[in-house]
Design a protein around this ligand. Structure first.
Ligand code: MGP
Ligand code: SAH
Length: 268
């Protein structure tokens, strides 16, 4: 079923019997982390989070200037000190879409597997109890933490530097959100985007399987030219309900959301 991005309610989540225990364990893990990192007058230690690099100005490259024009759509609080690097500028989920996705993924524990500069993680912090934000790039993750501080939500997010595919077997969550690299802005030049071969070195199907092993629900942010039949086939192969949603911003299609799991059903 196809829907436009605006008027839909949050989806009821799939239940998972083992989840309650692992979520309790996760909560304890967060409490321990908080206790060890919040000793008020402790001097900065080697364990202190790295400070964020300076922001990169997209006006220095003609092809990147359009992202500067859109800066307040990317982050409404851009002028309060949001920082992005080059990849962050062309990859970040525009804020109203990120807020919409966060509303639909409202839950207890969400994993943002490819956190980037934090566009999604920040919005998840407003709708979910706990956010685990992962990124392979330590500097970009520091930008995400910085931006979460600008939004006053950094304390609700655990920032984890690492490879999602390596970390996934140790994660349990209600929802895993996936917004991997699409191979740069050139993704749009292809007639059709293939999730298995066009995400740089990543296998988009392996990423989905890793997510569904860690959570009963996976929400996948995909290019607007994604092969929809391929996505539907992946859902059938794992016997998982699928909803595709076209994400429009000011009449322009930005991306396609694929919700795996999120069972249809009556609201309780
Ligand atoms: P775009 O196509 O670069 O911009 O990205 P736009 O303004 O639609 O370009 P136009 O000139 O075709 O009109 C559209 C949206 O896709 C961006 O806002 C990002 O949220 C998202 N996006 C783009 N890239 C290249 C990536 C990516 O590599 N990874 C992820 N996760 N999202 C991306
Ligand atoms: N949704 C983000 C943008 C994500 S861009 C936002 O709104 O800001 C994709 C990110 O995936 C990049 O920051 C890249 O460093 C990261 N990445 C690439 N491979 C990864 C991997 N194997 N594990 C975790 N992160 C990875």
């Amino acid at each position: 079923a196809w829907h436009v991005s605006e008027p839909l309610p949050p989806r009821p989540l799939r239940e998972d019997a083992a989840l309650a225990d692992t979520k309790r364990a996760l909560a304890r893990q967060f409490e321990a982390l908080e206790a060890s990192s919040s000793s008020a007058d402790a001097p900065p230690s080697a364990d202190a989070p790295p400070s964020a690099p300076p922001s990169w100005d997209p006006r220095q490259e003609a092809a990147m200037e359009k992202y500067w024009v859109q800066r307040l759509m990317l982050f409404s609080r851009f002028s309060d000190g949001v920082r992005m690097d080059r990849e962050g500028w062309f990859s970040v989920t525009p804020e109203v879409l990120a807020a919409h996705i966060a509303e639909r993924c409202r839950c207890d524990v969400v994993v943002d597997a490819f956190a980037g500069v934090g566009g999604n993680a920040i919005q998840f912090a407003f709708t979910c109890e706990r956010v685990i934000a992962i990124d392979l790039d330590a500097d970009r993750l520091a930008l995400a933490r910085h931006n979460a501080q600008v939004y006053g939500v950094a304390d609700r997010i655990e920032f984890v530097h690492g490879d999602f595919l390596a970390l996934a077997p140790r994660l349990r969550a209600d929802v895993v959100f996936l917004s991997p690299p699409w191979g740069g802005p050139e993704y749009a030049d292809a007639d059709a985007f293939d999730i298995d071969t066009m995400m740089g070195g990543l296998d988009g199907t392996a990423v989905l399987h890793a997510a569904l092993a860690a959570a009963p629900n996976a929400a996948y942010y995909l290019p607007r030219n994604v092969r929809r039949g391929q996505v539907a086939a992946r859902a059938r192969a794992v016997d998982c309900p699928l909803e595709l949603e076209r994400c429009f911003l000011n009449g322009h299609e930005k991306a396609v959301m694929a919700y795996f799991g999120f069972e249809e059903g009556e609201e309780e």
